[in-house]
Design a protein around this ligand. Structure first.
Ligand code: DLZ
Length: 160
């Protein structure tokens, strides 16, 4: 999946409308350089949207769904950040599948948007290229935050 066709990730309307959304960012701790970029991206998006966030760190991406499940009832949206790098062990598939399925379930069960900022890459270089760092071609932390808050705004606009 490439970034081709992605939306603009513009969060300025959240600030312009004065929407005071409560957003929790839950972030795994494996691959700290990449995680630093993803978290900074989410924080930049929060600032652009005029929002403060609650940041919760968990050990690995496998723990993201349970943290999101506990946080979602108390927030308008949750943004989940993690990076899983294929390493020649079956763990890659298990962790990716658990994170993806678990976060989807949380979102549907709670009715709260969950921004999916979990990178699943073959190499650390691929992850660094998506982490919103200097020289990166993509900024997935920012994108995941924008997706979550813009979904809240769209649903509110529809009266939901
Ligand atoms: C075990 C594991 C492995 C092999 N790789 C990663 C990874 O690349 N990224 C990540 O976020 N977590 C990884 N983990 C840890 C699991 O997510 C989880 O924290 C442990 O299995 C303990 O439950």
């Amino acid at each position: 999946m490439s970034g081709h066709g992605a939306p603009a990730n513009d969060v300025s309307s959240i600030k312009a409308q004065g929407l005071h959304l409560r957003v929790a960012v839950v972030a795994a701790s494996w691959h700290e350089e990449v995680m630093g970029g993803l978290i900074d991206g989410a924080l930049r998006a929060a600032e652009d949207a005029g929002l403060e966030i609650e940041l919760v760190r968990v050990p690995g991406s496998f723990e993201l769904p349970v943290a999101a499940a506990r946080l979602a009832p108390h927030f308008d949206a949750v943004v989940a950040l993690g990076v899983v790098i294929r390493g020649g062990t079956p763990h890659f598939d298990y962790v990716c599948s658990a994170a993806t399925t678990g976060l989807t379930e949380v979102s549907i069960r709670t009715g709260k948007p969950v921004g999916f900022g979990v990178l699943t890459c073959d190499t650390e270089d691929q992850a660094l290229d998506r982490a919103g760092l200097e020289g990166s071609s993509e900024d997935k932390g920012y994108e995941a935050f924008a997706a979550a808050v813009n979904t809240v705004a769209a649903l509110r606009g529809a009266g939901a």
